[in-house]
Design a protein around this ligand. Structure first.
Ligand SMILES: [Ca+2]
Length: 396
């Protein structure tokens, strides 16, 4: 079964990619359960680099009742959470309550499959707000807005930065983040629900790529001079790295660009992405398992630093962040956290020397997990299919 996000327009019905066919149960509405599992207990490994002092983590509900939330983020140091709902609203929460609507694009967003309001990033210095959203059945727009006041966007200030077309409204992506170099990085899925297409390997297409643009150098954007495929008429200058199916969420930790890549039938992966790299899709899936062709494929692309198979109810990589907050025990600092979409299982590892080391399972969310997010204080959040926001906390 091919995996695709099955966000419904009114109901979050899942087109599950879980191999057992039964699918996970939806969490009970209003659940406030905090589910704690000892770090590392599922594989018998030692606790994360704290010599046993790390302690267990929990997934604790901090907000509920949101409408299909798919992203949480905030500028560094900001005490608000900005919660993106796929239907087009960005809500602001403070102190455990939604306090207002930052931006409402619900009259403009086209919802289809995993295509909707998908990305949000804050310019590192000039106050502009960048979003990605579907403007048509198979078109994603990256746009900027300016603020009206501190808690609202001026809806009349929209400037289109870039529009990307997809073969189908599937594997859309649209995640946005500014890198430490000040450039805007954009994750674009391959847009291909059908098999046999290879846009992710086609450097004339923006599909299946991580893009990198300079939104300060020109309007609507300039190409950074050191982008890897500039200077040739047949390759798109915006491309930073390629060979992705759905680079659904990515994050920076220092200069490390860590991408959670949603796989197809068999494997999910995390990639440590560098300029010009080819991450293999659709030739390979996961850690160099041939996909197309099914055997004897080209293995020259970059392998992921981590993979997990579709077994035990696991189905899709929800990439998170490296923990740099202060609320968790200090031995969790520097660990990259991700979750599985179907099972809600949280897993973490450290990135050392270009490799994932000390992989440890943590707690599970009480239901399906549709995304991670990071607050302005560095604390990490998960978004549940049930419309709740969960925080990664120390176990009570
Ligand atoms: Ca890959």
């Amino acid at each position: 079964m091919r995996f695709s996000f099955g966000f419904g327009i009114l109901l979050l019905s899942l087109s599950t990619g879980c191999d057992d066919g039964s699918g996970p149960a939806r969490p009970d509405a209003g659940s406030d359960a905090a589910v704690a599992v000892d770090a590392g207990d599922s594989d018998g490994g030692s606790p994360p680099d704290g010599g046993g002092a790390c302690g267990a983590l929990a997934v604790t509900e901090v907000l509920s009742g949101l409408s299909d939330p798919i992203l949480v983020t905030a500028p560094d140091g900001d005490d608000r959470l900005f919660i993106v709902e796929i239907g087009g609203r960005i809500q602001i929460a403070r102190g455990g309550s939604v306090t207002g609507t930052f931006l409402d694009l619900s009259g403009s967003v086209v919802l289809r499959g995993d295509h909707g309001l998908n990305g949000l990033a804050f310019h590192p210095s000039d106050g502009r707000v960048f979003v990605s959203y579907a403007t048509g059945a198979t078109t994603l727009r990256i746009a900027s807005f300016t603020l009206g006041d501190a808690d609202t966007v001026d809806p009349t200030s929209e400037q289109t930065i870039l529009e990307v077309d997809y073969p189908e409204a599937a594997h859309t992506g649209g995640h946005l983040a500014f890198g430490p170099d000040g450039y805007l990085y954009i994750g674009i899925g391959d847009g291909e629900a059908r098999s046999g297409m290879a846009l992710a390997q086609d450097l004339t297409s923006l599909n299946g790529k991580i893009l990198r643009i300079d939104v300060d150098g020109a309007a609507p954007y300039a190409i950074p001079g050191d982008n890897p495929f500039t200077g040739t008429a047949t390759m798109r200058d915006e491309i930073y790295a390629y060979g992705f199916r759905l680079p659904y969420r990515f994050t920076f930790d220092g200069t490390d660009l860590i991408v959670g890549e949603v796989g197809n039938d068999r494997f999910e992966e995390v990639d440590l992405v560098t300029s010009g790299g080819n991450y293999g899709w659709p030739v390979v899936e996961g850690n160099m398992h041939c996909n197309s062709p099914a055997s004897g494929c080209d293995l020259s692309s970059e392998p992921p630093i981590h993979e997990f198979p579709h077994s035990g109810g696991h189905c899709a990589m929800m990439g998170g962040h490296v923990y740099r907050g202060s609320a968790l025990p200090s031995c969790y600092a520097g660990r990259y956290f991700y979750a599985d979409y179907c099972s809600g299982q949280v897993t973490s590892f450290r990135v050392e020397g270009g490799a994932a080391v000390d992989v440890q399972d943590g707690p599970s969310a009480p239901g399906m997990v549709v995304s991670w997010g990071r607050g302005g204080d560095g604390e990490l959040y998960l978004l549940g299919m049930d419309g709740s926001v969960y925080q990664l906390t120390a176990a009570p």
